[in-house]
Design a protein around this ligand. Structure first.
Ligand code: HEC
Ligand code: HEC
Length: 321
C-alpha cells in the first residue's frame, strides 16, 4: 500500500513538473514572438489627401489654399468608411478613446488603445508610416508585433487610411489611459503552439505596395475591394466554412458563391435586403457574428451594395470547405 502511494506521488510530481516546464517554455516562446521586431516597408502619403477637381467643384471654389476643402472632404469620407466598412470603433470604443477586443481569462486581455488626441493617446506624433504599420501590418510603433487585426485591413488604400485618420483626429479628445494588452496562460500556450497567430505573421508580405486610392466605384475592382472585408470570415474564395480563430460557439460562415448551399438563385434585392434587415429570403434571422456586420452593411450606399453584389455574384461556385 505504502509503495503504491509513493509511486502515485512520484507520478503526480513528474506530471506537475512536466506541466510547469511546458508552461515555462510556452510563455517564453510567446514572449519571443511578441517582442521580436517585424521588418516592414516605410511608406508615406498625404494626411489629408489634397482636394480633387470634383471636391473643389462641390465646394464651389476653384482653389484650396488653406487645405480646408481637402480636410472637410477627408473627414466626410473617413466617417463613412468607419461607419460602413471598417470596424475600428468595435475595439477602440465608440468615442475612439479606448475599448475592448477581448477580456477573458485565461485567454488574455486585448484592449484597443486610445486613438484620440486626449491624455493616454497612443497615436500622438504618428506619421503616415506609423499608421500604415499599425493598421495594415499589425506592427506597433516600437516595431513589435501587435494584437491589432491588421490582416483584415491590409487591402485598405493609402487614401482610405488617411481619411480615417482625418476623421478620428477630428473627434473630441478623450482622456483615458488604456493598460497594455497581455495574453493569459492559455493565450500564451496557443501562441507558442501556433494555434493563435499574431496579425503580423498572418500577412505574407510586409513590403508589398498598397493601393494609393480605392478603385473608382464604376470599376469592377471596387466590388472586390469591398469584399476584402468579408474574407476574414467567409474566406478568400467567399466559400464560407468554420471561422479561423473565431469563437467556438459561432456557426460556420455561409458560402457566398453560387454553389447549391450558397447564394445560387439569389437576386440583388435579396442580397441587399438580407444585409440591411438581417433576415434571409427564407425568413430566418442571421446569427452572430454576422449580426456584428449589420451596423456596417446597413450604412452602405446603394452604389457600394451594387458593386459588392456584382463581385459576389461573379465568383465561381465553390463547395463549402
Ligand atoms: C478586433 C479589434 C480591433 C479592430 C477592429 C481595430 N483595432 Fe486597432 N488595435 C486593437 C488592439 C487590441 C490594439 C492594441 C494591440 C497591442 O498593443 O498589442 C490596437 C492597436 C491599434 C493602434 C496602435 C498601434 C501602436 O503602435 O500601439 C492603432 C493606431 C490602431 N489600433 C488603429 C485602428 C484603426 C484605424 C482601426 C480601424 C481601421 C482599428 N485599429 C481596428 C484592436 C482592434
Ligand atoms: C465576423 C465574421 C463575418 C464577416 C466579417 C462577414 N460575415 Fe457574412 N456571415 C457570417 C456568418 C457566421 C454567417 C452565417 C450566419 C448564420 O448562419 O446565421 C454569415 C452569413 C452571411 C449571409 C447569409 C447567407 C446565407 O446563405 O444564409 C450573407 C449574405 C453574408 N453573410 C454576407 C456577408 C458580406 C457581403 C460580408 C462583407 C461585407 C460579410 N458577410 C462579412 C460571418 C461574417
Amino acid at each position: 500500500m505504502k509503495t503504491l502511494l509513493l509511486l502515485l506521488g512520484v507520478v503526480v510530481a513528474v506530471l506537475v513538473a512536466g506541466a510547469a516546464a511546458f508552461y515555462l517554455w510556452a510563455s517564453h516562446e510567446a514572449d519571443r514572438q511578441l517582442t521580436s521586431v517585424v521588418d516592414t516597408h516605410v511608406v508615406t502619403f498625404p494626411m489629408p489627401f489634397p482636394a480633387s477637381a470634383e471636391d473643389l467643384a462641390a465646394a464651389g471654389v476653384t482653389a484650396d489654399p488653406d487645405g480646408r476643402v481637402a480636410l472637410d472632404r477627408a473627414r466626410e469620407r473617413g466617417r463613412h468608411l468607419v461607419s460602413a466598412r471598417y470596424a475600428c470603433a468595435d475595439c477602440h470604443g465608440a468615442n475612439y478613446g479606448g475599448g475592448v477586443m477581448l477580456d477573458a481569462f485565461p485567454m488574455g486581455r486585448l484592449l484597443g488603445p486610445n486613438l484620440t488626441t486626449g491624455r493616454g493617446s497612443v497615436v500622438a506624433g504618428f506619421t503616415a508610416a506609423d499608421w500604415d504599420r499599425a493598421v495594415r501590418h499589425g506592427v506597433r510603433h516600437d516595431g513589435r508585433s501587435s494584437a491589432m487585426p491588421a490582416q483584415d485591413f491590409q487591402q485598405m488604400s493609402d487614401q482610405e487610411l488617411s481619411d480615417i485618420v482625418a476623421y478620428i483626429q477630428s473627434l473630441p479628445p478623450v482622456d483615458n489611459e488604456v493598460p497594455p494588452s497581455s495574453y493569459g496562460p492559455l493565450g500564451q500556450v496557443l501562441l507558442a503552439t501556433h494555434q493563435l497567430t499574431p496579425a503580423a505573421d498572418m500577412i505574407a508580405d510586409h513590403h508589398h505596395a498598397h493601393l494609393v486610392e480605392p478603385p473608382p466605384v464604376s470599376d469592377p475592382a471596387f466590388g472586390a475591394h469591398l469584399a476584402a472585408t468579408c474574407m476574414g470570415c467567409h474566406g478568400a474564395e467567399l466559400a464560407g466554412g468554420p471561422i479561423q480563430g473565431g469563437d467556438p460557439s459561432w456557426p460556420p460562415a455561409a458560402n457566398l458563391t453560387p454553389y447549391a448551399d450558397g447564394l445560387a438563385g439569389w437576386t440583388y434585392e435579396q442580397f441587399a435586403s438580407t444585409l440591411r434587415t438581417g433576415t434571409r429570403p427564407d425568413g430566418t434571422a442571421l446569427r452572430a457574428p454576422m449580426t456584428l456586420v449589420m451596423p456596417y452593411s446597413t450604412a452602405m450606399t446603394d452604389d457600394e451594395m451594387h458593386a459588392l453584389w456584382a463581385y459576389v455574384a461573379s465568383r465561381p461556385a465553390v463547395a463549402t470547405p
